[in-house]
Design a protein around this ligand. Structure first.
Ligand SMILES: Nc1ncnc2c1ncn2[C@@H]1O[C@H](COP(=O)(O)OP(=O)(O)OP(=O)(O)O)[C@@H](O)[C@H]1O
Ligand SMILES: [Mg+2]
Length: 246
């Protein structure tokens, strides 16, 4: 087996309790997982089970209390200061539920922005290719307000793909979209995985999760179940058992 792009072992994370005297609240309680090049992983589970927190830790956006995360062989904890800032830009892309586009910039300018911020030379063909990959060649001059929700999310995905990351994290990428539009966005994410690029997606849409090569079912900060190439029914059954405390 090739070396995993992400290796996480026995991750623990707590948040402060509600009051000063309250004990800290455990949110991740011993999570271990590997993400291999080219695979798509779906993460599902009841609200509050720690899905978003896990994604934030794996992508270096949030710190964790104990355990190990290696991204492309580099220990995230060792990189926390300095080099960490550069690491996610090179290896990691993030797609959010709210598209997080800059309203005053055109689609093309939004796609070019991260590279510009990273002081990388932005090649017009790269931007055009990213827009074409998401089917928006003819919308490059439109501002987000002139685009539908699905088109805005596709711009957000093009913005990530233009940086050619090894891993794309997506937290509820279809959460603000209707079913049909969401399905288009999912197909796009599915298509962007493979050829060495991995996608790790959190979703409440169990049919969407079943598009993944592997589905992890979280419950109370632990991996309750892992399904390989499941049917939507298998995902549904497993999530029901997780929600019911089985
Ligand atoms: N910054 C924070 N401070 C304190 N507690 C937090 C913080 N962020 C998350 N939590 C708590 O951690 C737990 C897990 O939250 P998380 O957002 O990871 O859940 P989730 O599985 O993504 O849920 P959802 O499906 O509703 O998005 C919740 O109990 C939440 O209240
Ligand atoms: Mg969440």
């Amino acid at each position: 087996m090739t070396e995993p792009l992400i290796h996480a072992a026995n991750l623990h994370k707590t948040f402060p309790g509600a009051g000063r005297r309250q004990p800290r609240v455990p949110v991740l309680r011993g999570i271990s997982l590997d993400v291999h090049p080219g695979e798509m992983i779906g993460i599902v589970g009841p609200s509050g089970s720690g899905k978003s927190t896990l994604l934030s830790c794996l992508s270096g956006l949030e710190s964790y209390d104990s355990g190990t995360i290696r991204v492309a062989g580099q220990d995230l904890a060792a990189l926390r200061r300095g080099a960490l800032a550069a690491l996610p830009r090179r290896h990691i892309g993030f797609v959010f539920q709210s598209f997080n586009l800059i309203p005053s910039l055109s689609a093309r300018e939004n796609v070019a922005l991260p590279a510009r911020l990273a002081r990388r030379k932005v090649q017009r063909p790269d931007v055009d290719r990213a827009l074409s990959d998401v089917g928006l060649t003819d919308r490059g001059g439109h501002r987000p307000g002139q685009l539908s929700g699905g088109q805005q999310q596709r711009v957000a995905i093009a913005r990530v793909l233009a940086l050619r990351p090894d891993i794309v994290f997506a937290d509820e990428p279809t959460g603000s979209l209707d079913t049909a539009t969401g399905a288009d966005v999912l197909r796009l994410l599915r298509a962007s995985s493979g050829h060495g690029r991995s996608v790790v997606m959190v979703t409440h849409d169990l049919e969407a999760a079943a598009l993944a090569d592997r589905v992890l079912v979280l419950r109370d900060g632990t991996i309750h179940d892992e399904l390989r190439h499941p049917t939507p029914e298998q995902v549904f059954d497993s999530v029901s058992r997780a929600g019911a405390g089985a």
